[in-house]
Design a protein. Structure first.
Length: 253
Protein backbone atom coordinates (compact mmCIF):
# COMPACT_ATOMS: atom_id res chain seq x y z
CA UNK A 1 0.00 0.00 0.00
CA UNK A 2 1.53 3.29 -1.12
CA UNK A 3 0.56 6.35 0.87
CA UNK A 4 1.04 9.90 -0.26
CA UNK A 5 2.30 12.59 2.11
CA UNK A 6 -1.01 14.44 1.97
CA UNK A 7 -3.10 11.37 2.85
CA UNK A 8 -2.32 11.37 6.58
CA UNK A 9 -5.88 11.98 7.70
CA UNK A 10 -7.19 9.08 5.60
CA UNK A 11 -4.78 6.27 6.49
CA UNK A 12 -6.93 5.33 9.46
CA UNK A 13 -9.95 5.03 7.16
CA UNK A 14 -8.12 2.49 5.00
CA UNK A 15 -7.21 0.55 8.11
CA UNK A 16 -10.83 0.69 9.27
CA UNK A 17 -11.97 -0.74 5.93
CA UNK A 18 -9.43 -3.53 6.32
CA UNK A 19 -10.78 -4.20 9.82
CA UNK A 20 -14.35 -4.46 8.54
CA UNK A 21 -13.29 -6.77 5.71
CA UNK A 22 -11.44 -9.00 8.18
CA UNK A 23 -14.46 -9.10 10.49
CA UNK A 24 -16.84 -10.06 7.68
CA UNK A 25 -14.43 -12.61 6.23
CA UNK A 26 -13.22 -14.45 9.32
CA UNK A 27 -15.78 -13.95 12.09
CA UNK A 28 -17.35 -17.34 12.81
CA UNK A 29 -15.96 -18.77 9.58
CA UNK A 30 -14.83 -22.36 9.12
CA UNK A 31 -11.29 -21.05 9.47
CA UNK A 32 -12.13 -19.86 12.99
CA UNK A 33 -13.63 -23.21 13.91
CA UNK A 34 -10.72 -25.21 12.50
CA UNK A 35 -8.24 -23.21 14.57
CA UNK A 36 -10.29 -23.57 17.76
CA UNK A 37 -10.54 -27.32 17.17
CA UNK A 38 -6.75 -27.47 17.56
CA UNK A 39 -7.19 -26.47 21.20
CA UNK A 40 -10.20 -28.68 21.96
CA UNK A 41 -10.02 -32.44 22.26
CA UNK A 42 -12.14 -35.11 23.98
CA UNK A 43 -14.41 -32.51 25.54
CA UNK A 44 -11.56 -30.51 27.08
CA UNK A 45 -9.73 -27.34 26.15
CA UNK A 46 -5.95 -27.37 26.07
CA UNK A 47 -5.80 -25.53 29.42
CA UNK A 48 -8.41 -24.64 32.00
CA UNK A 49 -9.52 -21.07 32.53
CA UNK A 50 -7.74 -19.43 35.49
CA UNK A 51 -5.22 -22.30 35.66
CA UNK A 52 -1.92 -21.19 37.17
CA UNK A 53 0.75 -20.13 36.42
CA UNK A 54 -0.71 -19.34 32.98
CA UNK A 55 -3.34 -16.90 34.27
CA UNK A 56 -0.71 -14.88 36.12
CA UNK A 57 1.80 -14.88 33.25
CA UNK A 58 -0.58 -14.15 30.39
CA UNK A 59 -3.53 -12.38 32.03
CA UNK A 60 -3.06 -10.87 35.48
CA UNK A 61 0.61 -9.96 34.98
CA UNK A 62 0.31 -8.07 31.66
CA UNK A 63 -2.89 -6.39 32.84
CA UNK A 64 -1.21 -5.14 36.02
CA UNK A 65 1.86 -3.92 34.11
CA UNK A 66 -0.28 -1.94 31.66
CA UNK A 67 -2.20 -0.34 34.53
CA UNK A 68 1.10 0.58 36.19
CA UNK A 69 2.31 2.05 32.90
CA UNK A 70 -0.81 4.20 32.66
CA UNK A 71 -0.37 5.39 36.25
CA UNK A 72 3.29 6.15 35.58
CA UNK A 73 2.41 8.18 32.49
CA UNK A 74 -0.23 10.11 34.41
CA UNK A 75 2.31 10.92 37.11
CA UNK A 76 4.92 11.97 34.55
CA UNK A 77 2.37 14.09 32.70
CA UNK A 78 1.45 15.93 35.89
CA UNK A 79 5.11 16.49 36.78
CA UNK A 80 5.98 17.73 33.31
CA UNK A 81 2.98 20.04 33.20
CA UNK A 82 3.74 21.51 36.62
CA UNK A 83 7.39 21.81 35.62
CA UNK A 84 6.48 23.72 32.47
CA UNK A 85 4.57 26.26 34.57
CA UNK A 86 7.47 26.91 36.92
CA UNK A 87 10.62 28.85 36.18
CA UNK A 88 13.33 26.28 36.98
CA UNK A 89 16.94 26.38 35.87
CA UNK A 90 17.87 24.73 32.59
CA UNK A 91 20.15 22.29 34.44
CA UNK A 92 17.41 21.04 36.73
CA UNK A 93 15.06 20.88 33.78
CA UNK A 94 17.46 18.67 31.86
CA UNK A 95 17.98 16.34 34.85
CA UNK A 96 14.25 15.96 35.42
CA UNK A 97 13.68 15.36 31.73
CA UNK A 98 16.21 12.52 31.61
CA UNK A 99 15.01 10.99 34.87
CA UNK A 100 11.34 10.56 34.06
CA UNK A 101 10.97 10.18 30.28
CA UNK A 102 12.26 11.71 27.04
CA UNK A 103 8.71 12.01 25.70
CA UNK A 104 7.01 15.37 25.30
CA UNK A 105 3.76 16.34 27.01
CA UNK A 106 1.93 15.90 23.71
CA UNK A 107 3.38 12.40 23.21
CA UNK A 108 2.54 11.31 26.75
CA UNK A 109 -1.00 12.66 26.36
CA UNK A 110 -1.38 10.74 23.09
CA UNK A 111 -0.07 7.49 24.57
CA UNK A 112 -2.34 7.79 27.60
CA UNK A 113 -5.30 8.45 25.32
CA UNK A 114 -4.52 5.32 23.29
CA UNK A 115 -4.12 3.17 26.41
CA UNK A 116 -7.59 4.26 27.53
CA UNK A 117 -9.51 4.58 24.26
CA UNK A 118 -8.46 1.29 22.64
CA UNK A 119 -9.58 -1.12 25.42
CA UNK A 120 -12.65 1.01 26.12
CA UNK A 121 -13.74 0.97 22.46
CA UNK A 122 -13.25 -2.79 22.24
CA UNK A 123 -15.22 -3.32 25.46
CA UNK A 124 -18.09 -1.19 24.12
CA UNK A 125 -18.14 -3.18 20.88
CA UNK A 126 -18.26 -6.44 22.84
CA UNK A 127 -21.39 -5.22 24.54
CA UNK A 128 -22.99 -4.40 21.19
CA UNK A 129 -22.12 -7.50 19.13
CA UNK A 130 -23.25 -10.17 21.64
CA UNK A 131 -21.05 -12.75 19.90
CA UNK A 132 -20.51 -15.98 21.82
CA UNK A 133 -17.15 -17.42 22.83
CA UNK A 134 -16.19 -20.82 21.38
CA UNK A 135 -16.65 -22.45 24.80
CA UNK A 136 -20.27 -21.21 24.85
CA UNK A 137 -21.18 -23.07 21.67
CA UNK A 138 -22.65 -26.55 21.33
CA UNK A 139 -19.80 -27.28 18.90
CA UNK A 140 -17.43 -27.13 21.86
CA UNK A 141 -19.53 -28.52 24.67
CA UNK A 142 -21.50 -25.35 25.41
CA UNK A 143 -25.22 -24.63 25.23
CA UNK A 144 -25.55 -21.78 22.73
CA UNK A 145 -26.10 -22.15 18.97
CA UNK A 146 -23.55 -21.13 16.36
CA UNK A 147 -24.47 -17.62 15.11
CA UNK A 148 -22.72 -15.02 12.99
CA UNK A 149 -22.27 -11.42 14.11
CA UNK A 150 -25.55 -10.10 12.73
CA UNK A 151 -27.54 -13.03 14.10
CA UNK A 152 -25.92 -12.53 17.50
CA UNK A 153 -26.85 -8.84 17.52
CA UNK A 154 -30.46 -9.61 16.59
CA UNK A 155 -30.70 -12.45 19.12
CA UNK A 156 -29.30 -10.14 21.82
CA UNK A 157 -27.52 -12.99 23.58
CA UNK A 158 -25.80 -12.29 26.92
CA UNK A 159 -22.42 -13.18 25.39
CA UNK A 160 -19.72 -10.52 25.01
CA UNK A 161 -16.73 -12.08 23.25
CA UNK A 162 -16.08 -10.11 20.05
CA UNK A 163 -13.66 -8.38 19.57
CA UNK A 164 -11.00 -9.64 22.00
CA UNK A 165 -10.67 -7.17 24.88
CA UNK A 166 -7.73 -8.69 26.75
CA UNK A 167 -5.54 -8.70 23.64
CA UNK A 168 -6.55 -5.12 22.87
CA UNK A 169 -4.80 -3.98 26.04
CA UNK A 170 -1.56 -5.28 24.57
CA UNK A 171 -2.31 -3.92 21.10
CA UNK A 172 -2.94 -0.47 22.60
CA UNK A 173 0.85 -0.17 22.82
CA UNK A 174 0.85 0.33 19.03
CA UNK A 175 0.65 3.97 20.07
CA UNK A 176 4.38 3.80 20.83
CA UNK A 177 5.11 3.25 17.12
CA UNK A 178 3.54 6.62 16.27
CA UNK A 179 5.56 8.70 18.74
CA UNK A 180 7.96 11.05 16.90
CA UNK A 181 10.59 10.61 19.62
CA UNK A 182 10.64 6.82 19.08
CA UNK A 183 10.51 7.01 15.30
CA UNK A 184 13.79 5.13 14.76
CA UNK A 185 12.50 2.24 16.89
CA UNK A 186 9.07 1.96 15.24
CA UNK A 187 9.80 -1.37 13.48
CA UNK A 188 10.86 -3.09 16.67
CA UNK A 189 7.92 -1.56 18.52
CA UNK A 190 5.47 -2.79 15.88
CA UNK A 191 6.95 -6.29 16.03
CA UNK A 192 7.05 -6.42 19.82
CA UNK A 193 3.51 -5.12 20.30
CA UNK A 194 2.16 -7.55 17.70
CA UNK A 195 3.84 -10.47 19.49
CA UNK A 196 2.58 -9.25 22.87
CA UNK A 197 -1.00 -8.78 21.70
CA UNK A 198 -1.14 -12.16 19.97
CA UNK A 199 0.41 -13.90 22.97
CA UNK A 200 -2.33 -12.44 25.16
CA UNK A 201 -4.94 -13.35 22.55
CA UNK A 202 -3.63 -16.89 22.05
CA UNK A 203 -3.80 -17.51 25.79
CA UNK A 204 -7.54 -16.80 25.72
CA UNK A 205 -7.97 -19.00 22.65
CA UNK A 206 -6.40 -21.98 24.46
CA UNK A 207 -9.47 -22.35 26.71
CA UNK A 208 -12.08 -21.21 24.22
CA UNK A 209 -12.65 -17.61 25.24
CA UNK A 210 -12.03 -16.32 21.70
CA UNK A 211 -11.89 -17.31 18.07
CA UNK A 212 -8.89 -16.36 15.93
CA UNK A 213 -10.89 -13.59 14.25
CA UNK A 214 -11.68 -11.98 17.60
CA UNK A 215 -7.99 -11.27 18.16
CA UNK A 216 -7.35 -10.35 14.52
CA UNK A 217 -10.09 -7.73 14.49
CA UNK A 218 -8.93 -6.46 17.87
CA UNK A 219 -5.42 -5.98 16.46
CA UNK A 220 -6.58 -4.16 13.33
CA UNK A 221 -9.02 -1.97 15.22
CA UNK A 222 -6.36 -1.06 17.78
CA UNK A 223 -3.98 -0.06 14.98
CA UNK A 224 -6.78 1.93 13.33
CA UNK A 225 -7.50 3.88 16.52
CA UNK A 226 -3.80 4.50 17.17
CA UNK A 227 -3.38 5.79 13.61
CA UNK A 228 -6.52 7.96 13.71
CA UNK A 229 -5.58 9.64 16.98
CA UNK A 230 -1.97 10.13 15.90
CA UNK A 231 -3.23 12.08 12.88
CA UNK A 232 -4.92 14.40 15.37
CA UNK A 233 -1.98 14.70 17.77
CA UNK A 234 0.92 14.70 15.31
CA UNK A 235 -0.59 15.41 11.87
CA UNK A 236 2.08 14.82 9.20
CA UNK A 237 4.12 12.49 11.41
CA UNK A 238 1.60 9.68 10.98
CA UNK A 239 2.01 9.05 7.26
CA UNK A 240 5.74 8.43 7.46
CA UNK A 241 5.22 5.83 10.20
CA UNK A 242 2.51 3.86 8.40
CA UNK A 243 4.30 4.24 5.08
CA UNK A 244 7.51 2.84 6.53
CA UNK A 245 5.70 -0.14 8.04
CA UNK A 246 3.63 -0.94 4.95
CA UNK A 247 6.39 -0.40 2.39
CA UNK A 248 8.93 -2.43 4.36
CA UNK A 249 6.95 -5.53 5.43
CA UNK A 250 10.13 -7.60 5.59
CA UNK A 251 11.24 -5.53 8.57
CA UNK A 252 8.04 -6.13 10.49
CA UNK A 253 7.75 -9.87 10.01
Amino acid sequence: MILEDDSTDWVWLKLLCLTIIAALTFEHSQFDIRISELFYSHGQWLIQKDAQPYAFIFYDGPKALLILLALYLITVLILKYRHSLNSISATNSSKLHKFITPLSIREISYLLTILIVVPTSIALLKGMTHVSCPNHLTLFGGSLPYLNVWQSIVADTPAKCFPAAHASAGFSLYGLAFLPTLKKHRYRIFESVTVLGWTMGLYKMLFGDHFFSHTLVSMLLSLTIACALSSVFFKKKTTSTIKSITLNPQRTL
